[in-house]
Design a protein around this ligand. Sequence first.
Ligand code: TXA
Ligand code: MG
Length: 289
Amino acid sequence: MPTETVYGLAADAGNTEAVLGIYEAKGRPRFNPLIVHCADRAMAGTVGEFTPLSERLAAEFWPGPLTLVLPLVANAPLAALVTAGLSTVGVRVPAHPLAQALIRKVGRPLAAPSANPSGRLTATTAEAVREAFGGRIPVLDGGRTESGIESTIVAAGTHALVMLRPGAITRAEIEAAAGVALVDPTANAKISSPGQLRSHYAPNTPLRLNARSVREGEALLAFGPRPLASDGPALNLSVTGNLREAARNLFSHLGELDKTGATAIAVMPVPFSGLGEAINDRLKRAAAT
Ligand code: TXA
Ligand code: MG
């Protein structure tokens, strides 16, 4: 199903067989929990325990690209595999009309990781999903997704918020709404995002970050009005240097350049401000081997 961030591989979160199908299709390690997608705050309350702080974030950003990691409700209607045995659950209420319609039609929460084989590039078009899974999985075609980068994941305790994954909503936006600073997961080892592996989001072609020039045989992923000189294939994340546009283009441009047969993809620097935090996070993991 399309969401406003990226495509998701959806299954009835209460059906163990269906959820198992997700792990098998993706080749996903079983220790990596899935995000539970709900139609609204009321449905989210059947799986996660809210505090005033998480309530405030939900009111501000749902429906939308924020995933809250909350204490799991006792006897939540979820297959144990969904949370990989953790005592917490990642929940979000997607804004995309097709995702909303699908959840409401099923009438229950849907577990959905990004619709790509584990560790590979995230799909932001129906075409990319079909390519990734060889047409084995039916796709609800919602065109190209709006933000192009995954949801921001925040673990919400009573007094503190931990940023588990930078994403489509910026750190500054969350801090402004919450009235508290987001802390890093390293500062609180008890809470972590098991799926935030060092190597992730990877194309087959190696990435070379912070490129100052393009070498023979390389493709170029440019950013901004002054792209590096190159003779090979080149795409620009945003000619005007707009980070929202760059996030939207990130995975699809990497996917296109991956098909060119280049020896490597040289990536120009992208600023770390605003959405740049999430873009740089994905680039760093895509470059890791
Ligand atoms: O935008 C998105 O979030 C997309 C769309 C489809 O909703 N979904 C997505 O799912 O990015 P996935 O599986 O690619 O990434 C989910 C991340 C993983 O890193 C996983 O470890 C983490 O969320 N996660 C899920 N439940 C968690 C929990 N209870 N505690 C900590 N991390 C959790
Ligand atoms: Mg993913």
